[in-house]
Design a protein around this ligand. Structure first.
Ligand code: ADP
Ligand code: MG
Length: 257
């Protein structure tokens, strides 16, 4: 049987800044995914995308509801198991690179090694993510795209099974973003990760994702595969657009018009 990730009746509330009313996110969200899937999370600012990633990565605890990964119910873990899960099972990449500025690329990766882990794991990642020429440089000498490659490699040092990407590509220009997408796709497949990517870019979603979760105001508006969500015949018939095509670019499996 395939291993699943099951989210049931998930909700999270935050105290509001003024203290009167609570901010409620995901009142009773449900979805089931297969491990190894690549999931895009879409939605306007403030819709709960980061909150959802933080709950899945155990950076934060749900107010109620359950997240089950494989056979593990994450809400039943002890504090020690939570820390272990967060460090070893989950890789996080954020929009700001959060690299240590005083360390070289290689040292940044080595810092993430757990006790007794082989240096070979770092060497393999340096090769996979093509960091050989950058490994002795400090982050301040790298471009945004290069830093994000290092952050991606670092997130994978402890061989996580879940990769959480919170808008890591949003600050990059098109060319850089395209390259990074290729690395994300490569590691997703090579390391058989379950990948969650917060994205605003539909071509990126088509390129990288098997499944889409669309949020609005802290609840799930729609979910399904990208074709179902974006190319629904019923809706495309209703929403006709007129315009002038300026260019058609090939971008791997899709064309950007
Ligand atoms: P997104 O990542 O989609 O922009 P977030 O998940 O960051 O959205 O936020 C969802 C909602 O939860 C917003 O209304 C936000 O203000 C609120 N929120 C998030 N984190 C906190 C927090 N630590 N304290 C209070 N409110 C929060
Ligand atoms: Mg966010």
């Amino acid at each position: 049987m395939k291993k699943m990730i099951e989210i049931s009746n998930l909700s999270k509330s935050f105290p509001s800044p003024g203290g009167e009313e609570k901010v409620n996110v995901f009142c009773g969200a449900n979805f089931t995914l297969e491990q190894g899937e690549s999931v895009a999370i879409l939605g306007p600012s403030g819709s709960g995308k980061s909150t959802l990633l933080n709950l899945i990565g155990l950076l934060d605890k749900p107010t109620s509801g359950k997240i089950v990964v494989g056979e593990k119910d994450l809400s039943s873990l002890s504090d020690r198991e939570v820390a272990e899960y967060r460090n070893q099972k989950v890789g996080f990449v954020f929009q700001d690179y959060t690299l240590f500025p005083n360390m070289t690329v290689k040292e940044n990766l080595e810092f993430a090694l757990k006790k007794g882990q082989s240096q070979d794991d770092i060497n393999e990642l340096i090769e996979t993510i093509e960091l050989t020429n950058l490994q002795d440089r400090k982050p301040e000498t790298l471009s945004g795209g290069q830093k994000q490659r290092v952050a991606l490699a670092r997130a994978l040092v402890q061989k996580p099974s879940v990769l959480l990407l919170d808008e890591p590509l949003s600050a990059l220009d098109d060319e850089m973003r395209n390259k990074l997408q290729d690395y994300v796709l490569k590691v997703h497949k090579k390391y058989k990760l379950t990948t969650f990517l917060v994205s605003h870019d539909i071509s990126e979603v088509f390129k990288l994702s098997d499944y889409v979760i669309k949020l609005e105001n802290g609840s799930i508006l729609k979910q399904g595969n990208p074709e179902e969500l974006f190319l629904d015949k019923k809706t495309t018939g209703k929403h006709k657009t007129t315009g002038t095509i300026l260019s058609i670019k090939n971008s791997d499996v899709i064309k950007i018009i």
